[in-house]
Design a protein around this ligand. Structure first.
Ligand code: ADP
Length: 271
């Protein structure tokens, strides 16, 4: 994209020529395009849960309903409000990460209980998908920020569920290899098309294939996962076959408990 304009060139108030300016504004144009796409994504993503909160609240207020129905509607309102909260947290996280203001409160933490907690939370929200954790009894200690690590697995497991619309199981596996702890999240859902593989960790990037056009999202989940894992000196990778499923793998350095100084917090700002 280029911008062109011309200006007269004067010397002693006399026009002596014309300057043509030719400026490449592709970058500015792309940023503008991304911004307006972001605003429309955000509005859409916020409006959908809000609409159901408003709708179900009105139903509860204006109708005589059986207690089971009331409970069902209240559960929907609660879940949609939770969704709104997590969306807003995502937007705030991305902003903090971009400005380098994200902070991490690192401690010695065990991965397994965090993963189990995320599985329980996610399982409550789906009765169609089974989330199966394969057993592990090795060292699962890392130096990490537990709420951020929880967010990593929440994002990966909720994606595995969201992109398995026909309801397949989600498998989780933890293993240690070369002093790294690897956690796999495997689904048998839509998979990732090859031409999208290079972009899926980019902020706001969403695959726009017809098989997932009706599935909501902001394109922020995986970029947040990558940012957090990198801040823990790890990396995230994936393998996928389009139409067959995907496996995301988080690899983080494992540590062993020192004999003292266990409760010491280690603060580290974002990368
Ligand atoms: P969002 O889910 O909000 O679109 P993400 O950053 O979490 O954003 O994911 C980016 C894109 O990667 C998604 O739009 C989706 O098409 C694809 N994707 C992520 N996880 C999976 C998965 N488990 N299976 C298939 N596609 C996935």
């Amino acid at each position: 994209v280029c911008q062109m304009y011309c200006e007269g060139l004067y010397q002693n108030n006399e026009r002596v020529g014309t300057v043509f300016v030719h400026r490449d504004i592709t970058k500015e144009f792309k940023v503008d395009e991304m911004k307006s796409e972001f605003v429309s994504t955000v509005s859409h993503e916020l409006r959908t849960p809000l609409a159901s909160i408003l709708g179900f609240s009105e139903l509860l207020l204006n109708r005589e309903l059986k207690p089971e129905k009331q409970k069902k509607y209240l559960m929907t309102i609660l879940n949609e409000a939770k969704r709104l909260t997590s969306l807003i947290n995502d937007f705030l996280d991305v902003q903090r990460m971009e400005s380098g203001k994200q902070t991490y409160e690192k401690k010695y933490i065990e991965l397994l209980p965090i993963i189990e907690k995320v599985i329980d939370n996610q399982q409550v929200q789906t009765d169609v998908h089974r989330i199966i954790l394969e057993s592990f009894d090795g060292n699962d200690l890392i130096l990490g920020d537990s709420s951020k690590i929880e967010q990593v697995f929440t994002n990966l497991i909720s994606n595995a569920i969201k992109y398995s619309p026909s309801g397949g199981p989600v498998y989780l596996r933890l293993y240690e290899e070369n002093s790294l702890l690897h956690i796999e999240v495997e689904d048998h859902g839509l998979g990732i098309p090859e031409n999208a593989a290079a972009d899926i960790f980019n902020k706001f990037y969403r695959v726009d294939n017809s098989d997932r056009r009706r599935i909501g999202g902001t394109g922020l989940g995986l970029s947040i996962v990558q940012e957090i894992v990198r801040a823990h000196d790890g990396y995230v990778s994936f393998k996928s076959k389009y139409g067959e499923g995907s496996t995301f793998i988080v690899s983080i350095p494992g540590v062993y408990k020192p004999s003292h100084g266990l409760d010491e917090n280690i603060h580290q700002s974002g990368t």
